[in-house]
Ligand binder design. Structure first.
Ligand code: TXA
Ligand code: MG
Length: 337
């Protein structure tokens, strides 16, 4: 399965070409506002199987189905709770994925064998345009090789997918930079399985919100997790990543000290202006979300063996940044005292 992978900037022509390939059961990487996705017809078992193949992804990890209108939702699901309707009204298109009981139209490869389906309407005009042209919903996981940091620009996708797919549509840098918030509805509560751009605080206007314990805790061996994606090691560069529980001057002092004894050490600080081993990963959670995956990939390009990251603030978008970092670090947190 070797392809001459083409990279085309998003335009009416390239969108039409993407839709044409997708209609012929091929896989195309498309931009969204969160991260780039690896798309196929969500209702076509064969197309969806090819996504797993291109990505090297375990088949029990279900995919998100992307739609371009509310009309596309009804055939995919058995019921739409009132809270979901209100959330769709407020946050779609945008970085929110909701889990519904699935209809028989959704093949079980798409839902990873579960009887539920994850659906989201992206905000990205390029993504919406391509879905509309297809006329069918698109299943799309993040367009990285399984285990690598999610791609936030077309070059990242090319690094991972060159030779594996026929086309990448370049829509520029993703504005959010981490994957969508994933929620399900549990006992009348909004249950966050994966934090993202639509934050717990934003959701709280619509009902009681709870955050799944897998968001910030390492799953026990063999433990059943609600969101299968949570059990895999994720977002990892080749370097060993550590979250450092210290801020500002304390973080800088700790990293500088280690750098005297260790080679190939890189430190990502929140708003650092220091040079040398330090890179700024953003003073706000929004900037950190935008930059995190790019910087993890940069760490590999720079040949870093160890990456120390200043622990982010947990509120708002910070929870999403912290969740991704913990996984990149395989839950290794250093407490600086
Ligand atoms: O922002 C995003 O959501 C991006 C872009 C491309 O839209 N997509 C994305 O897909 O991040 P992926 O496949 O990398 O992550 C999907 C997550 C996984 O953690 C998966 O386990 C969870 O959603 N998920 C999907 N369907 C589910 C279901 N029925 N029940 C529970 N979790 C589900
Ligand atoms: Mg992913």
């Amino acid at each position: 399965m070797a392809y001459e992978t083409r990279l085309l900037p998003y335009s009416r022509e390239s969108a039409a070409e993407a839709a044409d390939l997708l209609s012929r059961r091929q896989i195309v990487a498309i931009p969204t506002e969160t991260v780039y996705g690896l798309a196929a017809n969500a209702l076509d078992e064969w197309g969806v199987k090819n996504i797993f193949r291109a990505k090297g992804r375990p088949q029990d990890n279900p995919l998100i189905v992307h739609i371009a209108s509310m009309k596309m939702l009804a055939p995919l699901v058995k019921e739409i709770p009132d809270t979901a309707k209100a959330l769709a009204e407020r946050f779609w298109g945008g970085p929110l994925t909701m889990i519904f009981p699935k209809s028989d139209k959704v093949p079980s490869v798409t839902s990873g064998g579960l009887d539920t389906v994850a659906v989201r309407m992206p905000a990205s005009e390029a993504a919406l345009d391509i879905i509309r042209r297809c006329g069918f919903p698109l299943a799309a996981p993040s367009a990285n090789l399984s285990g690598k940091p999610s791609p936030t620009n077309a070059r990242h996708v090319y690094e991972d997918m060159n030779g594996r797919i026929p086309l990448i549509i370049d829509g520029g840098e993703c504005s959010v930079g981490v994957e969508s918030t994933v929620i399900c509805f549990k006992k009348g509560k909004i249950h966050i399985l994966r934090p993202g751009g639509v934050t717990a605080e934003m959701l709280a206007e619509f009902g009681e919100v709870e955050v799944d314990k897998a968001v910030t805790a390492e799953p026990e061996k063999g433990e059943r997790v609600l969101s299968p994606g949570m059990k895999y090691k994720h977002y990892s560069p080749k370097a060993d990543v550590f979250v450092v529980n210290a801020h500002g001057e304390d973080f800088i002092r700790y990293c500088s000290k280690r750098a005297r004894f260790e080679n190939s050490l890189l430190a990502l600080g929140a708003g650092v202006t220091e040079e040398g081993i330090f890179l700024d990963y953003g003073a706000t959670a929004e900037l950190q979300a935008q930059r995190l995956f790019t910087l993890l990939r940069r760490a590999d390009e720079l040949g870093a063996k160890t990456v120390l990251v200043e622990t982010p603030k947990r509120g708002g978008m910070g929870l999403a940044v912290y969740n991704r970092l913990l996984r990149a670090a395989a839950f290794r947190v250093i407490d600086v005292v």
